[in-house]
Design a protein around this ligand. Structure first.
Ligand code: SIN
Ligand code: FE2
Length: 216
């Protein structure tokens, strides 16, 4: 398929110690990434998870990889089984792994070996409150986050919830990588504004790659 977005050259913007925005880094791989999302969601459909506090999340989620991020009455956890299907999560598509590898190298985390990828889908109004990604036992590995489709305002703060927030618009093809000194920095996504994107229609997808199991 003709890729309408492949002609813009990527560039980098430093975000915080250990964190960088790779603008348009995934642009040329849009079609393969969307095909990967389609393949994964056929096997493990997007669903609105319920937090341990009983709140239904506005973002729809699924996973691929050896483990996936999910919730149950115990709290937030990584599980090898999709609780909705009872099956293992689908494997990480090759196009996902290749893109993540290239982004990790570009961001100076060449050793990153993700074993989990959370897929988020935002429709207008969907948001992700300020949080830390802290359910991973080994915090030496970074987070690699890929944005596709409609733009969203990403908030990136510090180690404390009330640290000042940077606000940046993440657009189609942007990749954010955070690790090292900023691995536990608070972040979130403001409510998605309605719109239409030629690649995804009325929504935004985000892929976050994590190393969720301890490396021996
Ligand atoms: C996340 O924090 O898991 C997702 C961030 C995003 O959607 O950009
Ligand atoms: Fe997060």
């Amino acid at each position: 398929m003709l890729d309408l977005f492949a002609d813009e050259e990527p560039w980098q913007e430093p975000l915080a110690p250990g964190a960088v925005v790779l603008r348009r880094f995934a642009l040329a791989k849009t079609q393969a990434l969307l095909a990967g999302i389609e393949a994964v969601t056929q096997l493990s459909p997007l669903r609105h998870m319920v937090t341990p506090g009983g709140y239904t999340m506005s973002v729809a989620m699924t996973n691929c990889g050896e483990v996936g991020w999910t919730t149950d009455a115990r709290g937030y956890l990584y599980s090898g089984i999709d609780p909705q299907t009872g099956n293992p999560w689908p494997a990480i598509p090759d196009a996902f792994a290749a893109l993540c590898h290239d982004a990790a190298v570009a961001a100076d985390y060449a050793d990153f070996r993700p074993d989990a990828c959370l897929i988020n889908r935002y429709v207008p109004g969907a948001k992700l409150s300020l949080h830390q990604d802290k359910d991973e036992p080994d915090l030496r590995a970074p987070i690699v986050s890929v944005s596709l489709g409609l733009p969203a305002v990403f908030q990136f703060g510090g180690l404390k919830r009330n640290d000042p927030l940077q606000r940046l618009m993440l657009e189609h093809g942007d990749v954010v990588v955070w690790g090292g000194a900023s691995r536990l920095f608070y972040h979130g996504v403001l409510p998605l504004k309605p719109g239409h994107h030629p690649a995804t229609g009325a929504c935004r997808f985000n892929l976050t790659f994590r190393q969720a199991r301890k490396i021996e």
